[in-house]
Design a protein around this ligand. Structure first.
Ligand code: NAD
Ligand code: IPM
Ligand code: MN
Length: 352
C-alpha cells in the first residue's frame, strides 16, 4: 500500500503530521508513505506548485493524503503558479471527479454548532461535489472593453457525460444510505444548471428506490441552516459544492472537522484510487501556532483506509477513536478547547 503524503502550506503540515502519526500507530504491514512538496512550498523549492515529481509520486501511489495549499505571499503570482493550482491540477490530472464530503454531528458536540443544538443533532448528510468541471475549469480571462473598463470572465459549463457520471456516484451513495437525493442547481437562471437538472432526472430512472428532489442553491443554503436533518445525499456542481460544504461544516461545529475523498474511475489493488484531504484550507491566520484542529485530516486518513486501501476495520477504529476524543472533551481552540494540534493527535492515538 503506497500512500503519497502531500502536506502543503500553512497548517497543512501540522494537521497532516497528526494523521500520519495515527496511520503509523496502526502499524499496518505493507504500508509505505512517500512525502512530496506541493503548493507554495513547492513553488519556492522547485518553481512550480505541482512539480512533475510530485505528480508522478501521486500517480504511482494507491492513495494521496493531502494537507492544504495556499500562501498569501503567492496571491500576486500569475494564476498558473499559485499554490491552489496544485490541488486543481491533481484533481484534473488524476481524473478525480467525485468529491465526497460527509457532515455528521458528533455526540457531545451539538453545543458547538452555529445552529441550535436540537437542530444540529440531526445532521447526517453527504455532499457529492463534482470536481473536474464547472466554472473552475472553463476558459477564463481578463481584458479591457472598448470604453476602457477592465473585465474579468470565467466560462461556466457542464457536458452531459460530466453530469451523468457524478449523478451515478450520488445515486449509488444514496442507495447505500437513506435513499434520498437532493440535486442542487440554479436552473431558474443558468443554462448549465438546466442541463444539469435534465440529466440528473434522466439518471434517476435507473434508481427507482431513491427519491430525487431538485433544489435551487439559494434555497439549499437556507435549508441547510433551517433544517439540515432533512438532507441525506446532496449532489451539486463544483462551485456550489465548495460553498455549501464550508457552510455545512459550521452546522456541525467547525471547519476543522470535515474530511473529504476525491475519487474517479481508477481502481487500485485494494479499492478505488483517491485523494483525501480536509475541506479546509491552509489557514494562514493560525499557521505555526499548534492550535489547528487535525480531526478533519485524521478522518480523511480514515476515509482513505476505507475507500482506497480496503481497510474498513482500521477506518472504523480511527473514527471511533476520534468520536471518543471529541466526546470526552479533548478539543482544539476552534471547538472552544485548549488542546494543541499534537495533543488532539495524542488523544486519538491513545484511544485507538
Ligand atoms: P481556510 O479554510 O484556510 O480558513 C478559514 C478559517 O477557518 C480561518 O479562520 C482558519 O483559521 C479556520 N480554520 C481552517 N481550518 C482550521 C482547522 N483545521 N482548525 C482550526 N481552524 C481552522 O480558508 P481561507 O482562509 O479562505 O483560505 C486560506 C488559504 O487556503 C487560501 O490560500 C485558500 O486558497 C486556501 N485553501 C486551500 C484549500 C485546499 O488546499 N484544499 C481549501 C480551502 C482554501
Ligand atoms: C476546497 C478549496 C479549493 C476549491 C481551492 C483551494 C481551489 O476551497 O478544496 O474546498 O475551491 O475546490
Ligand atoms: Mn473550499
Amino acid at each position: 500500500m503506497k500512500v503519497a503524503i502531500l502536506p502543503g502550506d500553512g497548517i497543512g503540515p501540522e494537521v497532516t503530521r497528526q494523521a500520519v502519526r495515527v496511520l503509523e500507530a496502526l502499524d499496518l504491514p505493507g504500508l509505505t508513505l512517500f512525502e512530496g512538496d506541493v503548493g507554495g512550498i513547492a513553488y519556492r523549492r522547485h518553481g512550480h506548485p505541482l512539480p512533475a515529481e510530485t505528480l508522478a509520486m501521486a500517480r504511482a501511489a494507491d492513495a494521496v493524503l493531502f494537507g492544504a495549499v495556499g500562501d498569501p505571499s503567492c496571491d500576486a503570482l500569475e494564476r498558473a503558479l499559485r499554490p491552489e493550482q496544485a490541488i486543481l491540477g491533481l484533481r484534473a490530472e488524476l481524473g478525480l471527479f467525485a468529491n465526497l464530503r460527509p457532515a455528521k454531528t458528533f455526540a457531545g458536540l451539538e453545543g458547538m454548532s452555529a445552529l441550535r443544538p436540537e437542530i444540529a443533532r440531526a445532521i447526517d448528510l453527504l455532499i457529492v461535489r463534482e470536481l473536474n468541471g464547472d466554472v473552475y475549469f472553463g476558459e477564463k480571462g481578463t481584458d479591457t472593453l472598448a470604453d476602457g473598463r477592465r473585465r474579468g470572465w470565467d466560462m461556466m459549463s457542464y457536458a452531459e457525460d460530466e453530469v451523468r457520471r457524478i449523478a451515478h456516484v450520488a445515486f449509488r451513495a444514496a442507495q447505500g444510505r437513506g435513499k434520498r437525493l437532493c440535486s442542487v442547481d440554479k436552473a431558474n437562471v443558468l443554462e448549465t444548471s438546466q442541463l444539469w437538472r435534465d440529466v440528473v432526472s434522466e439518471v434517476a430512472g435507473e434508481y427507482a428506490e431513491v427519491t430525487l428532489e431538485h433544489m435551487y442553491v439559494d434555497n439549499a443554503a437556507m435549508q441547510l441552516v433551517r433544517d439540515p436533518g432533512r438532507f441525506d445525499v446532496v449532489v451539486t456542481g463544483n462551485l456550489f459544492g465548495d460553498i455549501l460544504s464550508d457552510q455545512a461544516s459550521m452546522c456541525v461545529g467547525s471547519i476543522g472537522l470535515l474530511a473529504s475523498a476525491a475519487t474517479g474511475d481508477r481502481t487500485t489493488a485494494f479499492g478505488t484510487f483517491g485523494l483525501y484531504e480536509p475541506i479546509h484550507g491552509s489557514a494562514p491566520d493560525i499557521a505555526g501556532q499548534s492550535v489547528a484542529n487535525p480531526v478533519a485530516t485524521i478522518l480523511s486518513a480514515a476515509m482513505m483506509l476505507r475507500h482506497s486501501l480496503g481497510r474498513e476495520s482500521e477506518a472504523a477504529r480511527i473514527e471511533a477513536a476520534v468520536a471518543r476524543t471529541l466526546g470526552e472533551g479533548v478539543l482544539a481552540r476552534d471547538l472552544g478547547g485548549s488542546a494543541t494540534t499534537g495533543e488532539v493527535g495524542d488523544a486519538v492515538i491513545a484511544r485507538l
